[in-house]
Write a protein of this length. Sequence first.
Length: 375
Amino acid sequence: MAGRKRHTPEEIIRKLRKADELAARDTDVDEIARQLGISTATLYNWRKQYGGMKADDAKRLKELDAENKRLKRLLAEAELEKDALREIAKGKLVSPAAKRRAVTMLQLRLGCSQRFACLVVGQHRSTQRKPPAQATPADPDSGVREWLRDWAKSHPRKGYRRAWAALRAEGMVINRKKVHRLWREEGLRVPQRRRRKRTGTTTAPISEASAPNDVWAIDFQFDTTADGRTFKIASMVDEHTRESLLNIVDRSITADDLIVALTAVIARRGTAPTVLRCDNGPELISRALNNFCEGRIGIDYIPPGSPWRNGYIESFNNRLRDECLNLNVFRSILEARVVISDWKQTYNHSHRHSALNYLTPIEYAATCQPHTKAA
């Protein structure tokens, strides 16, 4: 008889998160335990030891979820009205679909007849009455539309270009403009977050990585667990292949911790970088790190207050914040380690970069020739 399986804390955290998802769908506790491959008593013991939602919390979460859906629906309706008004005011009624929306809005808002609304908008009445292809059972693009909706749910902060690249990777031959049209028709556009424009002029040329392991960029960012305590995240990317190389998540990260992790990365890749690009943080300007890098790794410190000089890692940190940290609530530092580590693994194997011809970092790294450093 096979022995009992002992779960690691990381596996327990993942299964508890899966249990929360099943509980939110009103799944019975016994069924949740069965799907997780454990007993009901084990599930209760895990929740008691590692934390979890109480019945009142689950009920409140369900109420908040219903309220959130209602508010989203109201917001979508309000945005649709604003779009129609804006299109009519600016005269940008180009497509039949836009004209169809404008006609419907005029009928509802002003109570005018369909004949009059079509005359004002310039829409033929037969076009207005004929349902669009996506609203009919014979829609030839129904499969692609369903795929795009499912993909957008799994990747809420990615746009149509990467959806098109994922379709192409699965073997589907489809035009990018068609994906863009279907993406817009399904209302899957990702809201753009406006950033302030930076001022200042670069006074020195920025070194570029021409091969793997030329330049590794490193930086830190912070987040908090559910109890309000801060934790620190250390990330590092290869500027040429865009691979995520480092994963340290802890309440505090010292220069010695960083050196141990860098040593492990160098051993795993079989070579040290030519340049380590970083800012002027206390861990990075420490004597310990400088002694570690002396004679074999150059350190490129960016000027204070110039994060754009370290653009690759800043872009990676922004994506980590947008697609992982902002979408999760961490109940413990252990859960944060597990979730962030899993996200970085998924990033390396699934995120398709437009600058890499829509290859993932791992796929692109496999196409690179081994880089030999000059003596």
